[in-house]
Design a protein around this ligand. Structure first.
Ligand code: ZN
Length: 173
């Protein structure tokens, strides 16, 4: 047996292991996204109970939720009190840092241009949103509102995220 023959099966084996690991990691990431989005949905439900437009957000750092918030525009009588804005402030307070590098924001609805710009200033690593907002979502205006280094994932639990909004408006109209 020459050297090449002896090495060949090993290389194939290694390749298989690597591809299995990659698949598992992808699956874990997707599962985690759903877990954290469920927490954001819980925040949205709390907003609905308080008569606020039901949008919720959480910020995760190293697998830990460091901020939770929901829309408070009615309670604070402040049109800028969106879930994302409040979550950013809460997370930066927690970290004692104005930047949110190595953090992920989960929000039930696509951020508006104001929140996208605020997320850009925060230099957040990743933004994950549920339902798209064709009327007021940032991507309708300019996808470049977010930081060029920010990774974006859309459509996580989108049906549940949009149903809570639809139900809310059905009830108040
Ligand atoms: Zn917003």
């Amino acid at each position: 047996m020459n050297k090449l023959d002896a090495n060949e099966p090993k290389m194939t084996f290694c390749h298989d292991i690597c591809s299995i690991k990659r698949t598992d990691m992808d699956r874990t990431l997707e599962n985690n996204d759903e877990i954290y989005m469920r927490e954001a949905l819980r925040e949205a439900q709390a907003a609905a109970r308080d008569g606020e437009i039901p949008i919720g957000a959480v910020i995760v750092s190293n697998g830990v939720i460091i901020a939770k918030a929901h829309n408070l525009t009615e309670q604070l009588q402040d049109t800028t009190a969106h879930a994302e804005m409040l979550a950013i402030t809460s997370a930066t307070n927690y970290l004692g840092s104005k930047y949110l590098t190595r953090c992920t924001l989960y929000v039930t609805v696509e951020p508006c241009p104001m929140c996208a710009a605020a997320l850009c200033w925060s230099q957040i690593d990743r933004v994950v949103y549920g339902a798209a907002d064709p009327k007021r979502g940032y991507s309708r205006f300019s996808p470049s509102l977010l930081h060029p280094k920010t990774e974006i994932s859309a459509g996580i639990l989108q049906d549940e995220c949009s149903a809570i909004i639809t139900d809310f408006f059905k009830k108040i109209r």
